[in-house]
Write a protein that binds this ligand. Structure first.
Ligand code: ATP
Length: 238
């Protein structure tokens, strides 16, 4: 799929996305990084087709999109099973397709509980289940590690690999840098509404993530560069 000069703002507010141009091809995974409020969720919703850009276009979006929001809305009066079965009917996919996924995510015992009574982590699993139900060829994950328990967190890279292996593509928002280890992951840096693709890591190099005091960022960057290292990005600076 292709984003071409995409601009978006909410109402008459400031521009959140400013002229974003990017492509994501089948078999590719990209991670969007940027500080809080940089517009990562907004970009993901544009890619998912949930928000329409004020200007610019999104072309060749794959037909089956699975989208996992940062926080799955838990204030719903249905059980997870009822919700997922209904969604499967709407999407025209197998009504019990989620059962297998529920087992993988250790969710089977909670399927008959109202979503409103689930913990945050369990509600997030419903978010993941509804996305995988679509058998997506574009999977969009907004901060997928947030709120999930350890075993489910470990499933996320496995799920990403499976979507890629089936010829799909994946876009992930990740402000904690947890996607850095995904093989072949492209890194999209979002700063002040503009997207810049970080250079791929050259063979033989390893990415080391370092947290420094805000007041010492410039000094740290200068020190690393003086020592011959490549500084690939800075996150979290306000
Ligand atoms: N529905 C909305 N209405 C108005 N402004 C919004 C709306 N959603 C987001 N914004 C604003 O757009 C900007 C980008 O928000 P967005 O949630 O896309 O950033 P983010 O990078 O995902 O942040 P975080 O890492 O905190 O989730 C912020 O200034 C936010 O306040």
């Amino acid at each position: 799929m292709r984003l071409d000069d995409v601009w978006l703002r909410y109402g008459r507010g400031p521009w959140v996305l400013r002229g974003i141009t990017a492509t994501l091809d089948p078999g590719e995974v990209a991670t969007v990084v940027g500080r809080n409020g940089a517009g990562k969720s907004t970009l993901l919703q544009v890619v998912a087709g949930l928000l329409r850009p004020n200007r610019g276009t999104v072309a060749d979006r794959p037909a089956r999109v699975g989208y996992v929001p940062e926080r799955f809305p838990a204030d719903q009066p249905f059980t997870a099973r009822h919700y997922l079965e209904s969604l499967a009917r709407v999407r025209g996919v197998r009504a019990d397709g989620f059962v297998e996924w529920a087992e993988r995510l250790h969710f089977t015992g909670l399927l008959d509980r109202p979503i409103s009574q689930l913990s945050k982590g369990s509600a997030q699993k419903v978010g993941l289940l509804q996305a995988m139900l679509a058998e997506p060829d574009l999977l969009i994950l907004d901060e997928p590690w947030e709120g999930l328990d350890g075993p489910t967190r470990e499933q996320v890279p496995v799920i990403v690999e499976e979507v890629l292996a089936a010829g799909g593509c994946v876009l992930i928002s990740d402000h904690q840098g947890q996607t850095a280890d995904l093989p072949g992951v492209r890194r999209w840096d979002l700063t002040a509404g503009e997207l810049r693709e970080a250079e791929a890591v050259t063979d033989g190099l390893v990415v080391v993530e370092v947290a420094v005091e805000a007041s010492a960022v410039d000094e740290a960057v200068a020190t690393f560069e003086a020592a011959g290292h490549q500084v690939m990005g800075i996150r979290g600076r306000t």
